[in-house]
Design a protein around this ligand. Structure first.
Ligand SMILES: *Cc1c(COP(=O)(O)O)cnc(C)c1O
Length: 374
């Protein structure tokens, strides 16, 4: 018997940003007030401080604050001179931005199937799609666990390719003791509100250890201008704004505790759901996940989602359609049966509430509801 067995319906959201805000409200209001009082509305000390602290967290020498995770990818690829005619290898089982950014630069996304346990890029499938036009590989550290970076880096080095880590979901995750974003040429972070370190709007950062690339990123973020009003490149307006930086600086010291709380929630689900025979997240040895999402895998996924919804439990499907089968990429010519692991995953995955402030009773209620379905 568990304490919540008598309860038949609760409101259990997938994410409750108000619960987190309640714990830091005074600090956030003061920090935002400071920016407003200063009227330094572009650039300034908050941006510099955030760049330095996030870079340090990621074990990188440099950080470049940008307007979103998407723009982190765009600005990185522009700085690496990726453009028309180039091919970039990535996973089809990710948020659209990863491949959308490649296509927006006139380059061609080349999709490779995923590992069916981690949902990350399967390195064994990479070499067969490398051509003379291949410029880069973008591994995505999906749901908070890093991709198989040793294999990816060794393939990239063998073929002279740049590696751009899409670490939007994996800030401070580790792979053999190394942080997300610190292994490839660059790491791309997102501060979208639902990410583990979320702003109050859009924001992102590129982290790197490469001083030349750092200089190029700074120029590219500001219309490719250096010196002012002189444009060696066509860049963009990819700037992060100081109000976002101020809020993120308030949140940053809490991030480790929040990741720990996510891992505690994950451990609870692992134990309860594992006993029921549910396919729970597989975390490779040597990796620590920051559980941006806790994703289970079930054959009767749509029925389970409905069953949970009827009990007031919100869940989500990341991602219901793999990118190689999206209408905008039809001209790439992928067949419906291609990249089968990605297709299969898109039919079976379900993300459960895992956010740090998730009440214990809710966690228990979710596990009970899944048990009653099975
Ligand atoms: C969120 C996300 C992005 C894009 O970040 P935005 O800040 O929303 O532009 C890119 N890649 C992945 C894997 C993401 O989860």
């Amino acid at each position: 018997m568990t304490s919540s067995q008598a309860i038949t319906s609760l409101h259990v959201p997938l994410l409750d940003l108000q619960a987190q805000y309640a714990t830091i409200r005074d600090e956030v209001l003061a920090a935002v007030g400071e920016v407003l009082d200063s009227q330094v509305c572009i650039g300034g000390p908050k941006i510099a401080e955030l760049e330095q602290k996030v870079a340090a967290l990621c074990c990188c020498a440099y950080g470049v604050g940008v307007s979103s995770g998407t723009d982190a990818l765009l600005c990185s690829m522009m700085s690496l001179e990726i453009g028309p005619g180039d091919e970039v290898i990535t996973t089809p089982f990710t948020f659209f931005a990863t491949a959308g950014s490649i296509a927006r630069l006139g380059a061609k996304p080349v999709f490779v199937d995923i590992d069916n346990r981690t949902y990350n890029l399967n390195p064994d499938a990479i070499e067969s799609v490398i051509t003379a036009r291949t410029k880069a590989i973008i591994p995505v550290h999906l749901f908070g666990q890093m991709a198989d970076m040793d294999s990816i880096m060794s393939i990239a080095e063998r073929h002279g390719l740049a590696v751009i880590e899409d670490a939007a979901q994996a800030i401070s995750a580790t792979y053999k003791g190394r942080r997300a974003g610190s292994i490839g040429a660059v790491g791309c972070l997102s501060f979208f509100p639902s990410k583990n370190l979320g702003g109050v709007g859009d924001g992102g950062m590129v982290v790197t250890n490469d001083p030349t690339l750092y200089e190029r990123l700074l120029v590219m973020r500001n219309h490719g201008s250096k010196p002012k009003y002189w444009h060696p490149y066509v860049g963009g307006n990819f700037r992060l704004d100081p109000i976002q930086a101020a809020v993120l600086l308030v949140k940053l010291p809490y991030l480790d505790g929040w990741s720990e709380a996510r891992r505690r929630n994950a451990a609870y689900y692992d134990e309860r759901l594992g006993r029921l025979g549910v396919c729970v997240p597989y975390i490779k040895s040597g990796c620590t996940s920051v559980y941006n999402q806790y994703v289970i895998r079930v054959e009767r996924r749509d029925e389970l989602k409905m069953h949970l919804a009827q009990r007031g439990i919100q869940t989500e499907i990341y991602y219901p359609s793999p990118l190689h089968l999206q209408p905008c990429f039809a001209d790439l010519g992928y067949e419906p049966g291609s990249l089968p692991e990605s297709v299969k995953a898109s039919r079976e995955v379900l993300a459960l509430p895992i956010y740090p402030e998730l009440p214990g009773a809710h966690r228990e209620f979710v596990a009970d509801a899944i048990a009653s379905f099975l």
